[in-house]
Design a protein around this ligand. Structure first.
Ligand code: EPU
Length: 455
């Protein structure tokens, strides 16, 4: 099996089959990645549970090892990180280029070494990946920050960072996480204002608290951190992935199915569920499950992506695919990323009637006409999910190229959908997760670098 064979692995979706039944969601990628980075701050080993077996986690794992941490998997979803022999504050570009979330390492490295050198994320298919908000926070905490030769270099002026006041001009998930990660071991109190309130930020804060950090206010718009000299190891379970949960529900809805997602957090998807109800989906939920019955769709709806608790930008693409199946006009306005509609051209190849007004980042969807299967290409993780949702609803077969993107954020998506009665297969039968979490080869996907990381 050579690299080209792997690159051509595709997902074949035979549409027109109604999904029904129950499926369990997996741990959240966007919580697992910063929590793995945060483990570097501990003085003793950290054991994490419900770590998703996806390629982004594998890249983060390799990054932590490159910095000197020792990692071992102890069964599915469990990962122990021993940071006691950290030896480097410089993250290698060869790995960072595959994962925009590598930037989460700046805060922990500053906390451990008083210095961090991490390649700048630059741009990606979703749009600009600016770092000004991160830099603003590091400076407010007493670091000198510069950009040199493609790297962000941050150095604590004193031996430790010192607490400070940080007011973000806009909420940023990444900058909130990095500021929090740097502040927990800084000297004194830090106040972070206008922070991101995403569940993954809250999970990171809860993890830090479990390690002995003093953090309050997470989940609201202001977080207060009292720095402590050191953090200790802990055992911790990652929250459910709300984007995977939402994708599974939307997959069911697009086929007019009846799908229950288990081991999820309904509250994390409150607005998404309300929007599904507006389209005529009967939504019911319990403590840790959501059921979406979509036999009687009445129409579409209007979506505006926004920071949490607004509509999640990561569900925008699969939601748009579902809206293509709903009769009438729907609109989707993207306010988080400036280039997140590129997959719409692929949907058009499947017969979708979607017009994108670039000037106001808004898509107008004329829904209800049947979609037809076609060969299409996924440009990023969630766009890949959108093409799967459309393929499930379409007549005939859809072959999706760019499966390596889907595998970055979804653990065996085809298996979860098959359990619901979907006809979804990897064309070559190669699974990206056949090896244990510890040894899986992410370097088999060179096109990640070619197109840039998107998460
Ligand atoms: N921004 C700035 N300056 C900054 C930081 C961000 O202008 O210093 C801008 C960005 O350019 C972007 C917007 O603010 O336009 C949002 O960025 P944010 O920092 O909130 O997002 P992120 O941390 O880069 C995370 C997720 C994304 C998710 C967004 C929004 C991870 C690893 N990634 O990105 O997830 O879309 O928050 O919720 O947590 C995905 O999983 O597919 C994915 C793209």
């Amino acid at each position: 099996m050579n690299v080209l064979d792997r690159l051509e692995t595709t997902l074949r979706v035979r549409g027109g089959h109604r999904l029904s039944g129950s499926v369990e969601t997996h741990g959240a990628k966007n919580a697992a990645l910063p929590i793995m980075a945060a483990a570097l701050l501990a003085k003793s080993p950290v054991t994490l549970h419900r770590i998703p077996n996806i390629t982004d986690v594998s890249v983060m794992r390799q990054l932590l090892e490159a910095l000197g941490a020792r990692l071992r998997s102890e069964g599915p979803g469990t990962l122990t990180i021993d940071p006691s022999n950290l030896s480097s504050y410089r993250a290698p570009y060869t790995l960072v280029r595959k994962l925009a979330a590598s930037f989460d390492l700046v805060g922990p490295l500053l906390g451990v070494f008083g210095r961090a050198e991490v390649p700048l994320p630059g741009g990606c298919v979703l749009g600009t990946r600016a770092t000004d908000l991160h830099e603003h926070a590091f400076r407010a905490l007493g670091a000198e920050v510069s950009n040199a030769h493609g790297y962000l270099i941050a150095t604590a002026v004193a031996r430790r960072l010192r607490g400070g006041e940080v007011a973000f001009r806009q909420p940023s998930v990444g900058a909130t996480k990095n500021a929090l990660l740097a502040a927990v071991v800084a000297d004194g109190t830090t106040t972070l204002r206008n922070v991101a309130m995403e569940p993954e930020v809250v999970d990171l804060a809860n993890f830090l608290v479990a390690m002995g950090a003093r953090v309050r206010g997470h989940g609201g718009d202001t977080i207060v951190v009292e720095g402590v000299p050191e953090l200790h190891g802990v055992e911790y379970e990652i929250i459910a992935d709300r984007i995977v949960s939402g994708t599974l529900l939307l997959s069911g809805c697009a086929t007019r199915g009846d799908v229950t997602v288990e081991r999820c957090v309904p509250e994390h998807l409150a607005l998404t569920l309300a929007k599904l109800s507006e389209c005529g989906v009967k939504v019911t939920s319990g403590t840790d499950w959501i059921r979406a019955e979509a036999e009687r769709i009445t129409g579409g709806t209007d979506i505006l992506t926004a920071p949490h608790p607004g509509f999640p930008t990561d569900l925008q693409p699969p939601m748009l695919s579902f809206l293509c199946t709903c009769p009438g006009i729907s609109t989707v306005e993207e306010t988080i990323f400036n280039a997140r509609f590129s997959y719409v051209n692929e949907l058009a190849r499947m017969g979708a009637d979607v017009r994108v007004a670039i000037e106001n980042n808004t898509a107008l969807i004329k829904g209800g006409a049947p979609l037809s299967g076609a060969p299409v290409e996924a440009p990023d993780i969630r766009a890949g999910a959108a093409l799967v949702v459309a393929g499930l609803a379409a007549q005939g077969e859809t072959e999706i190229i760019g499966l390596e993107y889907v595998d970055r954020g979804y653990e065996r998506l085809e298996e979860m959908l098959s359990a619901l009665g979907g006809q979804v297969q990897r064309s070559s039968g190669i699974s990206p997760v056949v090896e244990p979490l510890g040894t899986f080869e992410t370097t088999a996907y060179p096109s990640l670098a070619a197109r840039g990381p998107s998460a």
